[in-house]
Design a binder for this molecule. Sequence first.
Ligand code: F6P
Length: 480
Amino acid sequence: PAHPVAQPGSSDFIVVSNRLPVDRVPQEESDDGWRRSPGGLVTALAPVMATREGAWIGWHGAADETLAPFHHGNMDLFPVPLSADEVELYYEGFSNSTLWPLYHDVIATPEFHRTWWDTYQVVNKRFAEAAASAAAPNATVWVQDYQLQLVPQYLRALRPDLRIGFFNHIPFPSPEIFAQMPWRKAILEGLLGADLLGFQRPNDTANFLRSARRFLGAGVKARQVHVNDASGHFSHISRAEPFPISIDVAQIQQLAKNPDVIARAKQIREDLGNPTTVLLGVDRLDYTKGITHRLKAYGELLDDGTVQVEDAALIQVASPSRERVETYKQLREDVEGMVGRINGQHDTIQNTAIRYLHHSYPVEEMVALYLAADVMLVTALRDGMNLVAKEYVAARGDNSGALVLSEFTGAADQLKQALLINPHDIDGLKAAILRAVTLPKAESSRRMRSMRRQILAHDVQRWSEDFLSTLAQKAVRDDS
Ligand code: F6P
């Protein structure tokens, strides 16, 4: 690479996450063999890291490939290799077939396999070793998300000088659900290696603290956990706090004002035959997102004749995700079957009920879609935050547009002026969609203005500053 990469042992600020911000893809799918990684974690952290000149440790998305560190977009990237077996057992297995469904309130049934757990530990050790070798003395290391819950403990053992933070991007379940985890104590001990644990909602924080008390018998006072070492002596205090994550507001606002993006939004509406109402859903194709609930409600509105295919079009972007995991394969079958049935019944030669797109798109195209959409549908059954809802609000500079938002998202805590829904209540969801379609201009603009005030004042830079300054304070107090 043209730019020299930081030497081992010299990075003062390090992010560790399962994925790097870029993903290895076959040469024919991109010019340089790299593509932006999917999901909210990278959306949120990439802009933060671009201004901090940190190091980022993570997997590059390909199996059985060892890559040298490289420089990319102002960051030093340190790829962690995973074998094909590890991808299956650690990533598809323990991370996405055990933890993911368990932490999302068992919407799908979690599977518990000892071989998956063994590999989870092995891979977490590897990430911890990579961080330990990259970190300068007394550096700050910020570990991300459920795939790496054991890293804080492993890293503290290797490098007690470090300041260790952990942020959980997904929900933390209630102790009644977390109880199912056969390795619940080991996971809690892993997390408690951190000086500061961040969660999306106050509820997630409370759930974690209740679990620490119940399953470890830990002393918890005012969101501080008293952590002992293996021999029962006091080791450190680990704090748990909510830090609701956000988006790069300036980037979305800038794109929303860009003439090319505005022209593209107009084009999108024209290509759909200029319907009166454009509705939009944007999700990773994941069973937590409530896509089938949304389609069911929309299909019934068409069946009832309350919504007409000549007047309204629903664009559903479903970006491919975890495609080798069985539950995701099944979901794709279900969603595509529903879209086919609804379109088959309601489409005309000219109009389509649902324009279904199984793709991921660059942020410019996403913002054009947000500008083109009168109504945004976010119907997740459980979601740590949901950044799509926040991006939609940030893009609506003229205060128009309506957001239908599930109360089971972290974003619902902040976007109280959305049309809040319970996605399991199909009649309630239908009524909310209809209300969004017919919302008087004065009301939609009052709601949007209030939501924008919240989002504009709480961007992702502020989120990272809040977390990192709390982590720094903690360390000062411990040293004194
Ligand atoms: O924020 C949740 C999250 O699971 C991230 O950890 C992850 O990178 C993203 O969603 C996308 O999922 P995946 O990395 O499995 O493609």
